[in-house]
Ligand binder design. Sequence first.
Ligand code: FEO
Length: 170
Amino acid sequence: MLNKEIVKLLNEQLNKELYSAYLYLDIANYYADQNLNGFENWFFVQTQEERDHALLFRQYLLNNGESVVLKEIAAPEVKYNNFREPLVKAFEHEQFVTESINNIYKVAFSINDFRTMQFLDWFIKEQGEEEKNAEDNIKKYDLFAGDPKGLYMLDNEMKARIYAPPSLVL
Ligand code: FEO
């Protein structure tokens, strides 16, 4: 049995991961509208990863005999003025998610909930990768996408990303 506050935070995190999937699907849609199908692909893969993250929180709650509480997922109210803005939005969002996961970890630590800490270890590492990937996208965009040819080549590179299921299995 898990602590009530931890259960609440884990359920909230499940919702945040679903929101992340929603946000990245919205970004994928934006790039699809702009005919940047590589960028679209990159964010579509990201959407699938976020869905997987949400399902891992679901499974962890169920494995511990806790109820999963699904709530509304907020609409991503974001309008983009240029191709770079979604990349910045994604990076900022990942920083927000890192903060959120760190906060659950802090609470788990404060009550000696070692099981939840161990579960979250995977996410702590994953967030390091997610932030790096998001920041790399901005750096690459700034370096290479200054002209149509560079943008075309970067879009092709983004097209190569393929979905892989999470390495964490519960
Ligand atoms: Fe599920 Fe991008 O963090």
